[in-house]
Design a protein around this ligand. Structure first.
Ligand SMILES: [Ca+2]
Length: 461
């Protein structure tokens, strides 16, 4: 969603987080007279570390003798704290404070942000107990406690006794069954979560426990069973075992002393693992757009490294109504879809699939240009990242009135061979009328088996 005055990067006129909070408040007001579930995924504090200078929270930290990102980070937390207070006030104002459960929690463990020699675990040390100095091992992105432990606060005046601390072992999948039980609904049978409602309501005797919890992240695997924690940091590494009741920092591997415990936990890991299957969903257009917007104009360093060439507009047949009719293969898992070859964005490209059985030439695209055109040539733009995989060598173009005609054609309208350059390349042919365009790619510029196109245009009218 484009926001007024924003062009990507850290600066702009609209602070998106304010908009998200505004919409949440609107949603609560609009639904106050019926049961509602408001999921409020606040992003702060998160990189980029930015908060408007006008925010009262920034004024609290702006003069601290800390690195600027550490001051911004602190201000972002104070801002969110203030806004959660505003949400609680709103619940009171609209008269639902007494029958609304509010849960606030992090989405993963803390990161060692803004490290220096005086702050080896990050400037604010999110994984270090400020009173005792005891630290969790690892950080966000690992399966040690520093990556897995998150604080959760549950608030429900009159129902949840205040000031209580719970040691109940739970994780995100428990929320769905918890909310289902609260709402008097039945949770789906195929979820792993266990409702934590009895624990929340102060009835620990009725609370069911997990036999174990399981995590996978990249090559990392972890299992938790009671106070035991088993970690395999890489696929080829040996399992480690920790007793968190005595060693919350996971410093002493006791796997040699408790082979029976570890064997049981490895069994859980084996049972819980699901092999990866390739999906059929690969349209990452929005994701890529967001990713680039985050870098934005501020990301100058990146811009210097990679120059992005564009497709010259001169004599180009408009591609707004072009439709993909056929593609021999596309790399869906990478989001390198065929439509990227004519989406007007030089930074997106089509790439054929990597699977060995279908990676070989020829590769093909057929496009419906929307109506009959007179074509006098073609323009090809190679992928604009640093890679060359798939950049076109020899290829054939076919233009025809009917789909069947171009699909089966043997004699190309134009045969061309492209050079290994990142600039747009133009090839010309005798004027040919037709609505359908077929591109048949015979070789890659480095002799590889793939094809890729950042942009493809037709010259004519
Ligand atoms: Ca493109």
């Amino acid at each position: 969603m484009p926001l007024a005055g924003n062009h990507g990067g850290a600066s702009g006129q609209t602070y998106s987080h304010y908009r998200i909070m505004d919409e949440a408040r609107k949603f609560i007001r609009a639904n106050k007279d019926r049961p509602f579930f408001c999921y409020l995924p606040v992003t702060p504090p998160h990189g980029m570390f930015s908060i408007p200078d006008e925010d009262p929270a920034w004024r609290i930290y702006k003069d601290e003798p800390w690195p600027e990102p550490a001051r911004r980070y602190a201000a972002m937390i104070t801002m969110v704290d203030r806004q959660i207070g505003e949400v609680l006030e709103l619940l009171k104002e609209v008269g639902v404070a007494d029958n609304t459960l509010v849960i606030v929690c992090g989405d993963n463990g803390g990161n060692d942000y803004f490290r220096d020699k005086d702050h080896p675990r990050g400037f604010h040390g999110p994984n270090v107990d400020p009173k005792t100095g005891v630290a969790f091992r690892g950080k966000k992105g690992t399966v040690y406690e520093g990556g897995l432990r998150i604080p959760v606060i549950a608030y429900w005046p009159g129902r949840i006794p205040g000031g209580r601390v719970s040691d109940h072992l739970s994780y995100f999948p428990d929320f769905l069954p918890t909310f289902a039980e609260l709402a008097g609904a039945k949770a789906p049978a195929d979820v792993d979560g266990i409702s934590m409602l009895p624990e929340l309501l102060g009835e620990p005797d009725k609370q069911k426990q997990h036999e174990y919890l399981y995590w996978e992240l990249g090559q990392q695997t972890a299992v938790r069973m009671g106070s035991w924690k088993a970690v395999r940091p890489r696929r080829a590494a040996a399992w480690q075992l920790y007793d968190l009741s005595r060693d919350v920092s996971e410093a002493n591997d006791v796997s040699a002393d408790h082979p029976d415990v570890l064997a049981r936990m490895k069994g859980f890991a084996e049972a819980a693992h699901e092999p990866v299957r390739e999906g059929d969903w690969g349209d990452r257009t929005l994701h890529e757009k967001d990713r680039r917007a985050k870098g934005g104009r501020a990301n100058r360093r990146n811009r210097r490294r990679v120059t992005v060439n564009t497709l010259p507009k001169r004599d180009l047949i408009p591609r707004g109504d072009w439709k993909l009719v056929y593609v021999s293969s596309e790399s869906t898992s990478n989001g390198k879809l065929a439509k990227n070859a004519f989406d007007g964005d030089p930074r997106t490209h089509w790439h054929t699939r990597f699977g060995a059985e279908i990676a070989r030439h020829p590769h093909e695209l057929i496009v419906d240009m929307g109506r009959e055109r007179e074509v006098r040539g073609f323009v090809y733009l190679a992928r604009q990242d640093r890679g060359w995989n798939g950049a076109l060598g020899k290829c054939e173009f076919f233009v025809g009135e009917l789909l069947q005609q171009v699909r089966g054609a043997k004699d190309p309208t134009l045969a061309a061979e492209f050079a290994k350059v990142k600039k747009a390349q133009r090839v010309e042919c005798k004027p040919t009328r037709g609505r359908y365009l077929r591109v048949r790619i015979l070789t890659e510029v480095n002799g590889g088996p793939w094809a890729s196109i950042a942009e493809l245009g037709a010259i004519g009218k």
